[in-house]
Design a binder for this molecule. Structure first.
Ligand code: GLU
Length: 385
């Protein structure tokens, strides 16, 4: 995206598809097991104002675990990372009903239909499932139905969870090629340091390029209902901006916070500006992979070749790890162990191990069949920026 939008209001004015992520603390009311219906009603009105202009809106909402706490006997004081996984899974099964019901009731008052979509990380990492989910979302949007998405926490396990909906909302935005993600949170954006501890902390309204300093400013997760904290929001912002999507953080707690964000210049927010991105949808999906099936470490010569736009040949491979088949996504690392690219492997793990460090002309002799000359073809690879 090359637009010159430099303020949150401009971004939201020009965006055609917007993903709004709503944190648990906003969805839950004063009671442990009730939604904040007044707040949801106001949000539905704000969303309608945008859909009336022809914009497409997708909601990613947390709150399943928070609203199931009471039924599972989990105290309001227990931090999310201290709740055992099986209790979280069970709590979400109770609470997700209340979450979706809250949105359903809010939009129904405006004659708008909502659809519940529950996704796991593996659904979005698998190319075929990713495309299925995308088609479902497009079909709903075409009919002006509002998708309300959450992670399918009842089946997600520790190793393969998004865990926080900041990253899930960006993954959804990448899936549907959205223009912007809005994180409605309990903080109005990024500060130079933690504003709760440092009175000198300064709010940053626009971030053109995310630097190491910004990452440090992110700090660690907050206590309370929030799972992600600022750190996960910055991770989400890096992923979004790299794939050409703007990301906005604002304090969503006041009633009609989203309406104000769209129209009041004085409403504080942090806007992370999207970077130029000419990747195809498939390349975006590949580049954003979080759980590659394998890791291939390459030497400096091979790295130089990749930067010149060449494919990865077996001769440049030093190490092969993981358990992958032909066609699986793998991470490519330099000899320092840093990620340099994501790619689709032309060989399964066993064959990759046998041909590593060898000339391509030797492949037939080693494997006994003529496979591809390359381990990862240029067209099946996305380099890190
Ligand atoms: N999927 C979790 C839930 O519904 C929320 C994760 C988050 O806090 O972002 O409770």
């Amino acid at each position: 995206m090359t637009d010159q939008a430099r303020s949150t209001i401009d971004v939201l004015k020009t965006a055609k598809i917007i993903v709004i992520k709503i944190g648990s603390a906003l969805v839950r009311g004063d009671e442990l097991d009730q939604v904040n219906q007044d707040w949801l009603d106001a949000l539905a009105q704000d969303v309608k104002a945008l859909t009336d202009q022809g914009k497409k809106i997708i909601i990613v909402s947390s709150g399943g675990i928070a609203l199931g706490r009471k039924a599972l006997g989990i105290s309001a004081k227990t931090a999310p990372n201290k709740i055992p996984l099986e209790k979280k899974q069970a709590a979400s099964a109770v609470g997700q009903f209340h979450v979706f019901n809250g949105y359903h009731n809010a939009f129904k008052k405006l004659d708008i239909i909502t659809a519940q979509v529950l996704l796991t990380m593996s659904d979005t990492e698998d190319r075929r499932m990713n495309l299925n989910a995308r088609e479902t979302l497009y079909t709903l949007l075409e009919r002006n139905i509002i998708p309300v998405i959450n992670e399918n926490d009842t089946v997600s396990t520790v190793e393969i969870r998004f865990g926080d909906n900041d990253r899930l909302s960006v993954r959804v935005a990448q899936m549907v090629m959205a223009d912007a993600v809005v994180l409605l949170s309990t903080i109005d954006g990024l500060y130079t340091s933690d504003p709760q501890k440092d009175p000198q902390a300064e709010h940053i309204p626009v971030i053109e390029h995310i630097s190491d300093d910004h990452i440090k400013m992110g700090g660690d997760a907050l206590a309370g209902l929030s799972t992600g904290g600022m750190k996960s929001k910055i991770t989400a912002a890096i992923s979004a901006t790299k794939s050409g999507i703007h990301l906005v953080i604002t304090d969503g707690r006041p009633i009609h916070a989203f309406r104000d964000l769209c129209s009041e210049p004085q409403k504080p927010s942090s806007l992370f500006i999207s970077q130029y991105c000419d990747l195809t949808a498939r390349e975006k999906w590949l580049g954003a992979h979080m759980r590659p099936k394998g890791i291939i470490t390459i030497d400096d010569g091979a790295l130089e070749a990749l930067h010149k736009g060449k494919s990865l040949l077996p001769i440049g491979v030093q190490k092969v790890e993981g358990d992958f088949h032909r066609g699986d996504p793998i991470e490519i690392r330099n000899i320092k162990g840093q990620k340099v690219a994501m790619g689709i492997s032309a060989y399964g793990k066993e064959d990759a191990v046998r041909i590593k460090g060898k000339h391509s002309r030797e492949i037939i002799e080693i494997l006994g069949f003529t496979g591809r000359d390359v381990l990862v073809h240029r067209n099946d690879m996305v380099l890190e920026l």
